[in-house]
Structures are given as structure tokens and as C-alpha cells.
Design a protein around this ligand. Structure first.
Ligand SMILES: [Zn+2]
Ligand SMILES: [Zn+2]
Length: 294
């Protein structure tokens, strides 16, 4: 067996090339792959001489033999975390910088304000602390999901957070499957209740049955009780239930219903306690782009 060397005497751990045009020295690339957005380690990251690709290092630290994870694993660990988030392929290029650039190109100060508030929320993130969640609200097409996913990317790659993205309708379908099989503790339900950050897109969308409202209440209550961070987007304005009926299709931009009307007052008031609410205003991104001839 080779004698152990001091850590400082080992070759450097593999790192991205400092001027790589593909990953901009981040060491990972994010792109659409089939139905999902996937991350991969950039080709510029060489084989690791420190651990020989094993990911594990044995060395002397202050004269004491130690064994630990090699620094080269930082990027692949985060890539693996990101790929568990299950972000749809159409959001492969959703970043804070593409959101900001888009808002400026479209001449949309309200979106710039929303992005600045979202960045402030991100800046207050402290690893290991149970921070507050975030709900982005506003009319359809304002870029809420883009902004939400941009935040998830930052949480994974800057703070190594485990995140899960799910559309509200898919969440309901998943819950329905779990419960109909009599598995209220099925792995997928447990994951949604316990993942470090759960991001629910389009909160309150769809025709909600009493049973569906009950299971949503269950998931949100479990996250509330364990102080887990929940993020979301919604097309409904914040507010307790008013009893207003759902609008017809022609009224989509003047929906009389509140988020409380959609998910019930108990879930709504829990969300209010758990999360900051930020409005993503301005115009409809698709219409603005069309007007610009893009
Ligand atoms: Zn690279
Ligand atoms: Zn290594």
C-alpha cells in the first residue's frame, strides 16, 4: 500500500477550463433532452488526477489520515441534484439573466422589479436554515415560471439544494395515483412532502374536487409542519376566499377568483405564512415578442 501524502502534496482536483466558451468556466451545461431540462458536466472538465476519478481522497490532514469526497465531485453532485428536479424541456434556457435581458428588451420595468425582488429573496437564502418560500403571482404569460425555474437553478448550483419542480395538475395526478393505491406514504408522496424545496407551478389551476383540495391541504400541511420551503406560481391574485364563481374563457384577464377561492382558505393562509408573495406584472411576454416582430 502506498503511504498517505499530505493533502497539499496531492495533484489539484479536476476543475473546468477557465475560458471554456461552452460552460463559461461553470463546469456544467444545461440543455433540453427529450421531455426534460438536463444538466451535464462540461467536456472541458478533465479526468481528476487527485482522486483518479473515484471521487474519494485519502490523505493526511494535519498529520492525521483522513478520507473524504474529492473536490472534483462538487459539479457532478449538483448536476445529479438538478436532474432530479424534473424541469420541463421548454425551460432549458430559463435563467435570471435571460429573464432580466428579456424584461429589458421588452421594455418591462415591472418584470425587472419582480426579478430584483426574487434576487433579493435568493440573496437571503442561508444553507441549512429553514428560510421562507416564495409565491410568484400574476396573469398568464408574464414569465412567472421562467423566473421560478431560474431560482431553482441558482438554489441547486450555488447552494447545493435539493429541489423538485411539479406542475399543479401533475401534482394532483401523482397524489391521486398514490392515494388510490392506498399508499399515502408512497415514495413519491414522501418525496413531495419532504424534499428540501418543492416548487409547484400554476397553483390553483384546473377543476378542483373536494378530494383534490384535501390532498393539497395534506401536502402543504406536511411541508408547513416541517418548515420545509415551498415555492410556487399562480395565475390567481392573492386573497382569502370570496366565493366568486370561476370566470368564463373570455374573462381570463379579469378573473374574479382569488387563490383562496381555488385552494381553500386553510392552504392559502398557510402559504401566506410560509412564503413571500411577489407580483410578476407587465405585459404578456408572447404578445410583446410578437409586437417586436420576434
Ligand atoms: Zn466547459
Ligand atoms: Zn477528484
Amino acid at each position: 500500500m502506498k503511504p498517505l501524502l499530505p493533502l497539499a502534496d496531492l495533484p489539484a482536483a479536476a476543475a473546468p477550463a477557465p475560458h471554456c466558451p461552452e460552460c463559461r468556466a461553470e463546469g456544467y451545461v444545461i440543455e433540453a433532452a427529450g421531455d426534460w431540462t438536463e444538466a451535464r458536466v462540461c467536456r472541458c472538465v478533465p479526468a481528476c488526477e487527485r482522486c483518479g476519478g473515484l471521487g474519494q481522497v485519502n490523505a493526511l490532514v494535519d498529520g492525521v489520515p483522513r478520507s473524504g469526497r474529492c473536490a472534483c465531485q462538487r459539479i457532478p453532485d449538483r448536476v445529479a441534484r438538478f436532474n432530479l428536479a424534473r424541469i420541463p424541456a421548454r425551460f432549458a434556457s430559463a435563467t435570471l439573466s435571460t429573464f432580466m435581458t428579456g424584461a429589458m428588451t421588452l421594455g418591462e420595468p415591472k418584470k425587472q422589479v419582480a426579478a430584483a425582488e426574487a434576487m433579493r429573496w435568493l440573496g437571503s437564502w442561508r444553507p441549512g436554515e429553514h428560510g421562507r418560500g416564495l409565491v410568484l403571482h400574476g396573469l398568464v404569460g408574464r414569465g412567472k415560471t421562467h423566473l421560478l425555474i431560474a431560482l431553482l437553478r441558482e438554489l441547486v448550483f450555488k447552494h447545493a439544494v435539493s429541489v423538485r419542480f411539479i406542475e399543479f395538475s401533475r401534482l394532483l395526478a401523482t397524489l391521486r395515483e398514490g392515494y388510490s393505491e392506498g399508499r399515502s406514504d408512497s415514495p413519491v408522496l414522501r418525496e413531495l412532502a419532504t424534499v428540501e424545496v418543492l416548487a409547484i407551478d400554476e397553483l390553483g389551476k384546473g377543476r378542483l374536487t373536494d378530494w383534490e383540495l384535501q390532498v393539497i391541504d395534506d401536502v402543504i400541511s406536511r411541508r408547513y409542519n416541517s418548515s420545509a420551503v415551498t415555492l410556487g406560481t399562480t395565475n390567481f391574485r392573492p386573497g382569502a376566499a370570496t366565493g366568486a364563481a370561476p370566470p368564463n374563457a373570455a374573462m381570463i384577464d379579469q378573473n374574479p377568483q382569488t387563490l383562496g377561492d381555488r385552494v381553500g382558505d386553510r392552504v392559502y393562509s398557510r402559504l401566506r405564512e410560509m412564503a413571500d408573495f411577489i407580483e410578476v406584472g407587465g405585459g404578456d411576454c408572447r404578445e410583446l415578442l410578437r409586437a417586436l416582430g420576434r
